[in-house]
Design a protein around this ligand. Sequence first.
Ligand code: SF4
Ligand code: SF4
Length: 500
Amino acid sequence: MQKAAPECERMAEDCHNFFAPPAIRFSRIPRDHVPDHVNDSTHMTDIPSRKPLEAPSLPADNPMRGFVPHQQLLSCIHCGLCTSSCPTYLETGNENDSPRGRIHLMRGVEEGRIELTATVRGHLDLCLDCRSCETACPSGVKYGQLIETFRVSDREKQTQAGKPAATWFEKLVLHELFPNRHRLERLLWPAWLMQQLGLDWLIEKTGLLRLLPLPLQRMQRMLPRLRKNEPNLPREIRHLGPVRRARVGLFLGCVSDAMFRHVHWATVRVLQHAGCDVLVPDRQQCCGAIEFHSGQRSAATERAKRNLSAFAEFQLDAILVNVAGCGAMLKEYSHLAPCEETDASLHARLQQFAGKVQDINEFLAGLNPGPLQPLPLRVVYQDACHLRHAQQIEREPRHLLRHIPELELLDIPEANICCGAAGSYNLQQPEMSDQLGERKIQWILSRGPEVIATANAGCALQLQALLKQRGLKIPVVHPVELLDASQRGLNREQFLRETG
Ligand code: SF4
Ligand code: SF4
């Protein structure tokens, strides 16, 4: 872990000493001593929010000015109620790796009191953007917007200063490969073949894998057992039963379509049974989250415009997403082009599009999905941060799973803490990602599940990699796959065989 620079350490310590309760001051919090309120934020609703302070005027010649809207930084009242919900703070115990510390650093940079050194950037880059702190915050601080705006502005300022905008890995893998589902699918085919022939195992055992750059080695290790991909979804799928209850669009995503198309098929079957027509626009694109979160706002905005146009062809009641990360991005499309920085019509169209987006769990919970057959399995549901925190969807998937007769839903401690996947974080911050992954999988395995359910492709990949390391064959599925199996009347053995 990087050591804090003297200036940011001093600033953070001033803040910490003033506000933090002595028990958590700069000490790593042991896993079995996490305060109760980590898993219970309900008590925080009793705390009245304070009126934000007036923004002081910033010196006009401050080169750091304009990183984030200053008024938003001031909405943090430094109470520290978010710190015990922050995965990086739980792991390091360093105030600079907490939401409050990071807000303090961003504000210091914005006000020209703290230089944006590599160390300061290191603390900010270590943030997963999981937004657990937003759920915990009684003052309604929009932390996600703060860190995302900061990263975008930092990247733009670096580009203006003639510094390289992205590393080779970001350019080739994150910007060229991942957002292109057809390209990714073509690349996964030889990987699938290698797995079938056992060559992936041979490459690992002979040490050939070590010839690859580290991020590519990690990608290979994280690759789950690939299924032969299902056929593409047709453009239109009609409802089953006499009455059509809704006409919905399905968002495919990029990695999710290339690696988890079976989840799209399960989603479509469940929607058909629930009386929905499903439209699948073929011109749709990646949501742009990978680019936006690595500071490439204009590239992400271009993708958003193409998605607007692809879905505008159809009259839809809702646009449904079964990947939490994509759903969070689509619901916040209007942040890509804030009204003060763009033409009003684009902003309004982005807002209108975002208003139609719903997560599949959210949509189905409000629409009885139809008769379900018993499926006696012990299931741990793992919350994806971009569902629980970014979209505030926590009860809906649990509600749906509890409706499956004989399915036993198991709770885990620290359900609100990130598993370390966080989009491309597990490739860019491997050390912290591994620590958080270990933390999560230990809690999950302590409940002895037969199946793990999660509603995000990134979490599924992270958990599958952790299980693979341990030689465990526990299926990691989307909740909609359990609903689909129950609707189809699969028994427990059939389900485990199909998903194993
Ligand atoms: S982000 Fe919210 S919870 Fe955290 S210190 Fe600021 S006001 Fe308190
Ligand atoms: S987004 Fe997550 S990792 Fe970042 S400060 Fe908030 S809780 Fe911590």
